[in-house]
Ligand binder design. Structure first.
Ligand code: HEM
Length: 480
């Protein structure tokens, strides 16, 4: 690879990692005026690096987390830099994160490369701000959260967990992350469509895989490139979704309560519904938001449990007691989440340690004053979740995996694996539930061994254990 290609790849890699939230149009919400004349304010301390490239190369010549941590040490919790072609302000304090994501969210818009928007679909809710975002978000949230909506999914999610685990070849090395992706995809499809024919599900899976591949590549749309293949697959995805939407419109009177049916029924304040394209973009958006995040989290949990035999044994005991209470084969119930206290803490600690979404990205839509500093209009703003999660003032001995730290509720805005404010994750309850269900079946019926001696992290785009955690899985004998 020549230098330019490497640079382009790095830029893309970062954009991918940064890329969760997005926006298509400017917020029409009124904004707070500066209390001080802009000329009297300065951006926060920091270094802008070289002309044009800023500090992008420095960022990628080392572990990005080290880059951020060192800057924080040198300049404090709010500092400026210049990466990926943009002047940026990084925020590593709970107050600053809350300011941008919650209390003053109307002064910042999500921001995202056009090439990625084209693959997901420009109407996906996370690109938006204001009325449209609020309307669609309300539907998504009411369809995939709360016991009334998600507890009926428990037996169906259990079926998916069991068949995912049963499909693992006994004793052969597999990529854990890939298996988790299959699981998270199927649960995502279930929560979006309810029951779906296996033909449609497999068509979606095939096209989605290609879209995903292109998403992580350089956005050059020439025949033969991964991006071009992804754009074609995205068109096929739309076609499949149009067919499903058409069928659903006909059956809507007897519909189940899933996200697609809610999107089809949606009417805004003026009685307007969503177009088929808007529905398709949001379906793909939710699938995108749901799959790799949950699969990465699960992969880390499998690793952390593997690395701590005592902890694994304690989790096994907790889950086996629930299995025995259910007669050995009965379905889990919503209330049994309460009996999974240790497993829940393991999940929280894994989310803290791995900080899958290390930071998020916004752009100032006006000149903003924060704590006596100027955040100029057009600058990127990045709340650094990982820095908060790894700050010893909030989480003592932060590199130690210690689920018991969650016996005490973390201080406000210090623990935000699911974000915070107007774009906070509406799928967080579902994600935790599907992880609990998978772990219940994994630890009570299987044992596993991670293979290879290499330790490390790779980004795909979220951080995962190196090579997706190759491991062997065996069905445990009843007395094991
Ligand atoms: C462990 C798994 C997950 C993690 C760590 C996670 C994390 C996050 C974070 C940090 C955000 C906010 C990003 C920002 O503010 O820029 C977010 C947004 C979102 N997540 Fe999740 N997520 C997970 C699973 C899910 C699942 C299972 C679903 C759906 C079934 C989902 C749907 C969404 C959607 C639709 C948004 C955009 C919300 C908006 O813009 O209003 N996520 N997620």
């Amino acid at each position: 690879m020549d230098t330019l290609s490497i640079l382009a790849y790095l830029v893309l890699l970062v954009l991918t990692t940064l890329s969760y939230p997005f926006i298509k149009q400017r917020s029409k919400t009124s904004h707070n005026k500066l209390t001080t004349r802009p000329g009297d304010l300065r951006p926060p301390p920091g270094s802008m690096g070289l002309p044009y490239v800023g500090e992008t190369l420095l960022l990628y010549s080392q572990d990005p987390n080290v880059f951020f941590a060192e800057k924080q040490k040198r300049y404090g919790d709010v500092f400026k830099t210049h990466i990926l072609g943009y002047p940026s302000v990084m925020l590593a304090s709970p107050q600053a994160s809350r300011f941008v994501l919650a209390t003053h969210a109307h002064l910042f818009k999500p921001t995202y490369p056009k090439s990625k928007m084209a693959l997901i679909g420009p109407s996906a809710l996370f690109f938006h701000q204001g009325e449209y975002h609020q309307g669609v978000r309300k539907i998504v949230q009411s369809s995939i959260s709360g016991p009334q909506r998600i507890s009926p999914l428990i037996p169906l999610i259990e079926d998916i967990a069991v068949s995912t685990l049963d499909s693992l070849p006994d004793g052969s090395v597999i990529c854990t992350f890939n298996a988790m992706k299959m699981y998270a995809f199927d649960v995502g499809v279930l929560s979006i469509f309810g029951r779906l024919s296996s033909e449609h599900r497999e068509e979606l899976r095939r096209s989605y895989k290609l879209v995903e591949k292109g998403y992580n590549c350089f956005p050059l749309s020439l025949p033969g490139t991964a991006y071009h293949t992804a754009i074609s697959a995205r068109r096929r995805l739309s076609q499949t979704l149009r067919e499903i939407i058409h069928e659903r419109k006909e059956q809507l009177r007897v519909a189940e309560s899933n996200l697609l049916d809610h999107l089809l029924r949606y009417r805004d304040g003026e009685g307007r519904g969503l177009s088929d394209d808007q529905i398709a973009d949001n379906v793909i958006g939710v699938l995108f938001a749901a799959q790799d995040t949950t699969a990465s989290a699960l992969t880390w949990i499998v690793k952390y449990l593997h690395d701590d035999a005592k902890l694994l044994e304690a989790v096994q005991m907790e889950q086996k007691a629930i299995r025995t209470a259910n007669g050995g084969s009965g379905f889990l119930t919503w209330n049994q989440k309460r009996d999974m206290k240790l497993t829940q803490k393991v999940i929280l600690e894994s989310l803290r340690m791995s900080s899958i979404i290390s930071f998020t990205f916004r752009e100032a839509i006006v000149d903003v004053e924060y704590n006596g500093y100027l955040i100029p209009k057009g600058w990127k703003v990045m709340p650094l979740f990982r820095n908060l999660h790894h700050n010893p003032s909030f989480f003592p001995d932060p590199q130690k995996f210690d689920p018991s730290r969650f016996e005490i509720v973390p201080k406000p805005n210090t623990f935000t694996p699911f974000g915070s404010g107007v774009h906070a994750c509406p799928g967080n309850e579902l994600a935790k539930l599907e992880i609990l269900i998978f772990l219940h079946h994994l630890v009570t019926k299987f044992r596993w061994e991670v293979t290879g001696s290499e330790i490390g992290i790779q980004y795909g785009p979220f951080p995962i254990p190196l090579h997706g955690l190759p491991a062997r899985y065996w069905r445990a004998t009843p007395c094991a």
